[in-house]
Design a protein around this ligand. Structure first.
Ligand code: GLN
Length: 230
């Protein structure tokens, strides 16, 4: 049995739990549990940080005894599989690697080392959009996957030689506007803006919401490659 935690402080956590419970990778049973305390976190082999609002998720985590520190340690441990979707991707950025957003600033928890992100770069709620992409790395690869973007962050820049694998990238016509080049994050890398699904070792981030797509193939990929793989 594989115990996977889904951080359940705010946002789209219940959907992740439902999708993960449907999987049976190589005959393993997955038990997906909501995480609200440090002791619950310590029971898990792997963790999903869901979409929602990164300022709210990090604020609640910091008001729960030991939880924020536990999450930061978990995200930085190369042996632990962690997947951040949307707000979760923001929290997987470098500690001083988060820009954008009108609300208060967020500190990253540094799961994908060398990644800076820009919050809400694809626009506000009304600019939410879907994109159907063919992704060669998932099962049934000729069937397009519907990527759902809701106030999504974009990669601001990836450090050089960071061994990040790019699993999916948006076409030119769907790229967000460039973030400002005079922010504390430094110059954005325009080549990185469309990188919406990244993997580095056991860590993965998606700026879209696979748990709202009705399609389990991104969850299946993460369990296969990050939770069970190396
Ligand atoms: N814009 C949100 C944030 O900054 C993320 C949106 C989402 O997770 N759908 O946290």
């Amino acid at each position: 049995i594989i115990i996977i935690g889904v951080l359940a402080l705010q946002g789209a956590f219940i959907e992740h739990i439902h999708y993960l419970q449907k999987l049976r990778p190589h005959g393993h049973t997955i038990k997906a549990i909501p995480i609200r305390t440090l002791s619950e976190l310590q029971q898990c082999q792997a963790l999903v940080i869901p979409g929602g609002e990164s300022t709210v998720i990090s604020s609640i985590a910091s008001h729960t005894p030991g939880l924020l520190e536990g999450l930061i340690d978990f995200a930085r441990d190369p042996a632990k599989a962690v997947w951040g979707t949307c707000a979760g991707m923001i929290l997987m950025a470098d500690i001083d690697g988060v820009g954008g957003g009108r609300k208060k600033a967020v500190k990253g928890w540094q799961g994908i080392g060398g990644m800076k992100v820009w919050r809400n770069l694809f626009g506000g709620q009304l600019e939410s959009f879907e994109a159907s992409l063919t992704i060669p790395y998932i099962s049934n690869p000729t069937k397009p996957f519907n990527l759902i973007f809701i106030r999504a962050p974009a990669v601001h820049s990836l450090s050089q030689n960071n061994q990040v694998e790019i699993i999916a990238q948006l076409p030119e016509n769907l790229l967000p506007p460039p973030p400002p080049s005079d922010s504390p994050l430094g110059e954005p890398n325009l080549q990185d803006l469309g990188k919406v699904w990244l993997k580095k070792g056991k860590k993965m981030v998606t700026s879209f919401h696979p748990e709202l797509s009705g399609d389990v193939r991104v969850h299946e990929f993460w369990v296969e490659k990050c939770v069970l793989g190396r």
